[in-house]
Design a binder for this molecule. Structure first.
Ligand SMILES: [Zn+2]
Length: 184
């Protein structure tokens, strides 16, 4: 198995990779991590893809970004929304943000809780809940967050060749953003 992509802290402006400096992705990292002064925007500057997890808050100006939230920051099933943000929303930059402690890792280990919770709270029977889990868990399992985000970024770069796509990580432990090394 290939090793995990390195996590690159953003503590000062020069930590922002040069290919993102002066772009909305660089500004995004600056707003959230470095307290860059926010200015009002009248239109979206970029698209952010992130997990649906509740433990995340982004410090960004109003109107700054389209945001697609999907379990595990997995955008494989959100293509039309991405295309809309590009085609109609006019964005050319995308930050894909995975996060630590993501629930979409090791789904198999959550099978019993998943079924028990659906039966208890949603009014499903055990068989329905189990079939549902088995039908979808492989589609949503991400494995290693860092490796998943970088591979998803590679896929998105191939799919949308002119869009700048950055792999990022949000640590719920310190609420900060990091870039992920992507070998390009
Ligand atoms: Zn998550």
């Amino acid at each position: 198995m290939s090793k995990n992509p390195r996590i690159l802290p953003i503590e000062k402006k020069s930590d922002i990779p040069s290919k993102y400096r002066g772009t909305p992705i660089g500004s995004f990292a600056g707003y959230h991590n470095l307290g860059l002064p926010v200015k009002p925007f009248t239109g979206a500057q970029m698209l952010v893809g992130m997990c649906m997890d509740n433990r995340k808050h982004l410090n960004i100006p109003d109107n700054f970004a389209y945001i697609i939230r999907a379990a595990g920051a997995n955008l494989r099933y959100s293509e039309f929304k991405i295309s809309y943000a590009i085609g109609v929303g006019g964005v050319s930059h995308l930050a894909l943000i995975g996060h630590t402690q993501c629930g979409m890792q090791n789904l198999a280990g959550k099978k019993a809780a998943f079924i028990r919770g659906l039966v208890k709270r949603a009014g499903w029977n055990k068989r329905q809940a189990e079939e549902h889990f088995l039908n979808f868990c492989m589609m949503f399992e991400i494995g290693s967050v860092q490796r998943f985000i970088v591979s998803e970024v590679m896929r998105l770069r191939a799919r949308y060749p002119k869009i700048s796509v950055a792999p990022m990580l949000y640590k719920v432990e310190d609420s900060r953003l990091y870039f992920l090394e992507d070998g390009s």
